[in-house]
Design a protein around this ligand. Sequence first.
Ligand code: C2E
Ligand code: MG
Ligand code: MG
Ligand code: MG
Length: 277
Amino acid sequence: VAAKRNGQPAAEYDHTQEQQMRNRYGLLNELRQALQSQALQIVLQPKVELVSGQAVGFEALVRWQHPDGRVITPDTFIPVAETAGLISKLDMNVLQQTLSVCRDFLQQGVALPISFNTSSIDLLQPGYFDEMLAVIRQSGLPLELLELEVTESQAMVEYRSIAHQLRTLIALGMGVSIDDFGTGYSSLAHITDLAASVLKIDRTFISRLGESDDANHIVDMILRLGDRFGFQVIAEGVETEQQRQLLIEKGCRYAQGYLFSRPLPPEQALAWAQAHA
Ligand code: C2E
Ligand code: MG
Ligand code: MG
Ligand code: MG
């Protein structure tokens, strides 16, 4: 490990790498513990109808309540979980919480679909899909209230085997969203038979709406693909009234974003839905 220094900059580099490895190892251990101790909790971001502002559903997003008091967002630990073989456990845990929240909401008279994010690693792992379906069926919830999200870039990995699973879900009445759509280089050949019911326009295009011709055109194009091939389209990351107006003008019906609501703990999300029914 200790490279011979001799005052070479290379030695500093080694040191940094070692530090990063230790941080990663520490993070991984903490994440393992978090999974055991229910420190991973979901928050729910409302999805709305753009014109009326009414709630049309939610997305479940995982949060890590770290023992030191911080709340850690998934971009830090999802990639670690993915490379360390922990992601399936994490996603199954999130699914269980999603089902339980969905049941609570239903009992409180809020029958809105909730989506959950799923790594392609799960879907490529033998047995995961069957287990996922079994867990969903055991919940007894109407399948129309559940929606799986997979990112576009990931959905295109081993497209054939994943598409088969996604089609099964759609046939059962569940929703399937292609997340971060527009960033993953879907081939048009695949678009025509994309195994999905919803396209989620990636936030990077929404944030540049009105400022960039390219972003405007890409959003228009995705909306037209939706019309032509029968996908519902939802805009992610809407933060300003101007973006909302532009999306309405373009004929986009649904959105998610800080303009409407940040992701909320389940009880607050329920109250939000009741106030925006
Ligand atoms: P995503 O699925 O595309 O989720 C949208 C992300 O954008 C969320 O970040 C959300 O909090 C954030 N967001 C929503 N509205 C706005 C807005 O108006 N402005 C901005 N700047 N951001 C907004 P979050 O919760 O940090 O999640 C990041 C990513 O982590 C998610 O992207 C998803 O890919 C992944 N992820 C989250 N939960 C899970 C999970 O349970 N399993 C897996 N496999 N991945 C997850
Ligand atoms: Mg998502
Ligand atoms: Mg997204
Ligand atoms: Mg994302």
